[in-house]
Ligand binder design. Structure first.
Ligand code: GLU
Length: 415
């Protein structure tokens, strides 16, 4: 990650769109300010008998349009400003998709790759306990994010439920299927992203069967996006993870690469591919680039060298505002994060609805509803992009800010 502060980026993005919308300054200041920020320092018993103190955050950015919603990230580089930015983006993302949620995000500074399953469980349960007074199905509903998964969500659900004295399925989404999880949630971020790529390709006259793609990040979003694009006939030529990338201009088989990663711990050193760096991957000759890892990877330093026609931001905040300007000038079609990766939170919304009703949908139902939401939101944003002659990010922010500002103004200021 470079020096850019993602929270400054998020506020800048809001300012630019608010100016275009002529929004009241006080309302913009309110929207830019996270509503509630909780910092917790807590002990965890490690396997060697020692006690280690961890720091975690939960930032609730907005409740203007409904309860807070957003994932929890476990990563050594988590900072309060990063969590603030991610929470702000959740508010915008839920508004773009017209979901009845505000935004939140959580993070714990830790390296799950160096921790045992038991240590992770103890960390998760204590962190949940520390933030349990501000979460809940009507208040704030966490979900998976970088380096957290359905098992972590199950521990959160169980810890919260044990404190309440009864099982509360709707406190968290992204749970295992047998514990109130939704069919299709695991693939939802990638599936939603691929729907937006398909719609963008249609608008641009790109035949996906002749298109090539490079994907940065091989976690939940990246690996499944690679698989779905491959199934649609797109030639996936390069993928990467935190250890580096691989390239085969004749195309790679994403399922085979996933097996290789599961066996060796990384996508690199694949027998039929050439190793490349993450930086090289971003600058490859390809039609579609999918950054699906962390923030600030496309910057003013490499934006000039990017050759993709479409960038679909499966990660949150991968492009800095300076890089955005350069890419827009070059005519690159960017599907912004708050639209491109919104499939995850959309099916999280479906999961929450199913939990509250104790009535579960089929996978086809979930996927069809997701497709409707993604296509409709893509078209809403595209219409503003055309009508106002602005880039897709600006259009998405204009749509989101209009909805959030309307909610704030209609509710009024208490007391
Ligand atoms: N962490 C995901 C995101 O950034 C999903 C959030 C959720 O499902 O609440 O959108």
């Amino acid at each position: 990650m470079t020096k850019e502060n993602p929270f400054e980026t998020a506020k800048q993005q809001i300012d630019i769109a608010a100016k275009k919308l002529n929004l009241d300054k006080d309302i913009v200041e309110w929207i830019k300010t996270p509503r509630r920020e909780l910092i917790v320092n807590f002990p965890v018993k490690m396997d060697d008998g020692s006690i280690k103190i961890f720091t975690g955050y939960r930032v609730q950015h907005s409740i203007a349009r409904g309860p807070c919603k957003g994932g929890i990230r476990y990563h050594p580089d988590v900072t309060l400003d990063e969590v603030r930015a991610l929470a702000t983006w959740m508010t915008m993302k839920c508004a773009v998709l017209n979901l009845p949620f505000g935004g939140a995000k959580g993070g714990v500074i830790c390296n799950p790759k160096e921790m045992s399953k038991e240590e992770l469980e103890r960390l998760t349960r204590r962190y949940t306990s520390e933030i349990s007074m501000i979460i809940g199905p009507e208040r704030d509903i966490p979900a998976p994010d970088v380096y957290t998964n359905s098992q972590v969500m199950a521990w959160i659900m169980d810890t919260y439920s044990m404190n309440k004295g009864y099982s509360t399925l709707g406190v968290v989404t992204g749970k295992p299927l047998g514990l109130g999880g939704s069919k299709g949630r695991n693939e939802a971020t990638a599936r939603g992203c691929v729907f937006t790529i398909r719609e963008a390709a249609k608008k641009m006259g790109i035949d996906l069967k002749k298109a090539t793609a490079a994907i940065q990040g091989y976690g939940n979003a990246g690996s499944i996006a690679a698989k779905l694009l491959h199934e649609m006939g797109v030639k996936v030529i390069a993928v990467s993870d935190s250890k580096g990338g691989i390239l085969n201009e004749n195309g790679i088989d994403p399922v085979d690469v996933l097996k290789h990663k599961e066996k060796t711990g990384s996508v690199i050193n694949h027998p039929r591919c050439k190793n490349i760096t993450n930086e090289e991957l971003l600058e490859l000759e390809c039609d579609i680039l999918v950054p699906a890892a962390l923030e600030n990877v496309i910057t003013s330093k490499n934006a000039h060298n990017i050759k993709a026609k479409i960038i679909a931001e499966a990660a949150n905040g991968p492009t800095t505002p300076e890089a955005d300007k350069i890419l827009n000038k070059k005519g690159v079609f960017i599907i912004p994060d708050i639209l491109a990766n919104a499939g995850g939170v959309t099916v999280s919304y479906f999961e929450w609805v199913q939990d509250l009703q104790a009535h579960f949908w089929t996978e086809d139902e979930v996927n069809a509803k997701l497709e409707n939401c993604m296509v409709e939101s893509f078209n809403d944003v595209y219409e503003i992009h055309e009508k106002e002659n602005v880039d897709m990010r600006m259009a998405a922010y204009m749509l989101a800010l209009t909805r959030v500002a309307d909610a704030i103004k209609t509710r009024g200021v208490f007391p």
